[in-house]
Design a protein around this ligand. Structure first.
Ligand SMILES: *Cc1c(COP(=O)(O)O)cnc(C)c1O
Length: 381
């Protein structure tokens, strides 16, 4: 008989989520607004801005993708504009650029965090300006929860006066220099999709320091209704608000977020131990003390002597899910005509990396199965 599937990252309920959802039923707040939406926003706000790094505002939305779409609108991106985007990421980082009729300009990664390379970022900006196309925004991503080179990216962005949109979809619970990811950009986004570190079954948030921008985001997310007793519109709106049911799940999840970060980091330690004596394999780690990673997913990189596709298939035969890294956007059929600045780091990571099961709900039994399977594959004892 086949054993239960071990997933890369699956939903992990804390227990109190149902209480908030039941309250929504009791009060008949079955709508994309209500006490859970406000409460969830407050919880995120308190979490992100607990350590006195200025004040911020949170708008709970239907997805991280919706949050990115609204962030780009608020940054003033229009048809024909160019927006810089990290190439090694999930397509949701880049897709909203095209919703606006703008064009992505993709940037390679640096080796240490595998996130946007500050060097190619600056090179691209200079080149686009020389072509009369100053980019309107920079989308930088904390991939797998690993903070990008925040100081260097911000320095470049500041030099050319271009806003940074921080894609923190995978990095809730991570921080850089003691400051939480989700508060490090001019605007930031979070995702609460089913596979993220906490989930609302589907959802996201936009974070900004500017109260007016938050109000504008909520206005756009609720069909851009002008103030009038009838339905009056002077702008195009969207239906992007988070439902009060989903937000109830989110309130329960916020109570266990810190615990989830501890457990994901324990999974990372488990893999550090496991691969300690495996030649040719390196577990990605925080490069310096400034970096604190939630280790949403632990990734391993091969020096080329180990074929991770074989390992992936072997683990799959043991009903253990693994996955290659995100395929870079500049190699995607849908984006292959777009500009790219880089020298092969993202492509190499894609070819030589593997994401390992990292859920906060993996116990001793699952760890033991993973340990045995990996040891068998490498014929270790
Ligand atoms: C999940 C994810 C998103 C999109 O979030 P959704 O809530 O699924 O729309 C965006 N960027 C990255 C890097 C992600 O991993």
């Amino acid at each position: 008989m086949k054993q239960d599937k071990i997933w890369l990252s699956s939903p992990h309920m804390g227990g109190t989520e149902k209480k908030y959802v039941e309250q929504a039923f009791t009060d008949n707040w079955i709508a994309p607004l209500g006490p859970n939406v406000n409460g969830f926003e407050e919880d995120i706000k308190n979490y992100l801005f607990s350590d006195s790094f200025s004040h911020g505002e949170v708008a709970a939305l239907s997805s991280g993708t919706a949050a990115l779409h609204l962030a780009l609108i608020l940054a003033g991106v229009k048809r024909g504009d160019e927006v810089i985007c990290q190439s090694l990421t999930f397509a949701a980082s880049a897709n909203p650029i095209t919703y606006l009729g703008a064009t992505p300009v993709f940037i390679d990664s640096e080796e240490e965090t595998l996130n946007i390379s500050p060097i190619f970022l600056e090179e691209a900006i200079k080149d686009r300006i020389a072509n009369g196309k100053k980019p309107k925004a920079i989308i930088a991503v904390h991939l797998y929860g690993m903070p990008y080179k925040v100081d260097e990216v911000n320095r470049v962005a500041k030099t050319y006066d271009i806003p940074v949109i921080e894609d923190s979809a995978e990095a809730l619970g991570s921080s850089y220099n003691g400051q939480k990811c989700g508060t490090l950009g001019d605007m930031s986004i979070l995702s609460f999709n089913g596979n993220k570190i906490i989930t609302t079954s589907g959802g996201g948030a936009l974070i900004t320091r500017n109260r007016k921008l938050k109000e504008k985001a909520v206005f756009l997310a609720t069909q851009a209704r002008d103030e009038a007793p009838h339905y009056q519109h002077s702008e195009i709106g969207y239906n992007y608000r988070l439902s009060n049911i989903s937000a109830g799940i989110g309130r329960g999840q916020m109570e266990v977020l810190d615990q989830h970060v501890i457990l994901r980091r324990e999974m990372h330690n488990f893999y550090l131990d496991l691969f300690d004596n495996v030649p040719g394999v390196r577990v990605q780690r925080e490069p310096e003390k400034e970096y604190f990673c939630n280790h949403w997913l632990t990734i391993v990189l091969s020096d080329g002597t180990v074929d991770f596709e074989e390992l992936r298939l072997y683990l799959e035969s043991e009903n253990i899910e693994c996955r290659p890294l995100w395929k870079p956007m500049h190699l995607q059929p849908v984006f292959e005509k777009e500009l790219f600045y880089g020298n092969g780091v993202a492509e190499k990571a894609f070819k030589t990396g593997l994401c390992l099961p990292s859920g906060s709900n993996l116990g001793e039994k699952e760890k033991s199965r993973i340990r045995t399977a990996i040891k068998d594959f490498f014929e270790l004892t």
